[in-house]
Structures are given as C-alpha cells and as structure tokens.
Design a protein around this ligand. Structure first.
Ligand code: FES
Length: 106
C-alpha cells in the first residue's frame, strides 16, 4: 500500500491509498480521479493515462521501456517527467509518490 498524490492541472490534490501491485492509473480510476482516461485499459496502446511524475520521484521509479516512450511521443504535451501511469506499479517504495495530471488527454 502506498499513499499517492494526484494533482490536477488546476492544482486540486487527491491523496489516496493505492494497494501494492496496482498501477498508478488503476489507483486513479478506482478513486474517480479526473484527468486519466486510460482508454486502452492499461495495455500501453493509448497514452491517455499520461502523467508528469514529480521531479523528486522521477529517478526513484522503474525506468520506462522503448514501447512506453513510443506511446508517450503521442501524448498531449509530454515533457521529461512524462510517464504512462499504467506502467508504474505500486510498491511500498512508492509511498508518497506525487504525479501531476495534464490539462487534457489526447
Ligand atoms: S491506459 Fe492506455 S497506455 Fe496506459
């Protein structure tokens, strides 16, 4: 279980507990957090689960692979902290993780 903070583009914060082995995307969907569409259900085929990982956390989460990067290239306004939230799996090590949501998903 990890406490995850999702910050909407309006700066509205949502702090929720997400169980281990669930993705950051699933944690958002289960808690009705707006801003993550997840059209493909987590199979890395849509980029509508795009988030910006907080600077302090970016180096602490597992690296993205080439397939994720390819999808991120299609995301709305990606930057160097962009990740697909369906590819970040919750562990105790992510307790306190902060992600920001883009103003829209493509
Ligand atoms: S939910 Fe589609 S790429 Fe993450």
């Amino acid at each position: 279980m990890a406490k995850i903070t999702y910050i909407e583009h309006t700066n509205k914060e949502h702090v929720v507990d997400v169980p281990n082995n669930m993705s950051i995307m699933e944690g958002a969907i289960q808690n009705n957090i707006p801003g993550i569409d997840a059209d493909c259900g987590g199979s890395m085929a849509c980029a509508t689960c795009h988030v910006y990982v907080d600077e302090k956390w970016y180096e602490k989460i597992p690296l993205k692979d080439e397939g994720e990067q390819d999808m991120l290239d299609m995301a709305y306004e990606p930057n160097k902290n962009s990740r697909l939230s369906c590819q970040i799996i919750v562990t105790e090590n992510l307790d306190g993780l902060v992600v920001r949501l883009p103003s829209k998903q493509k």
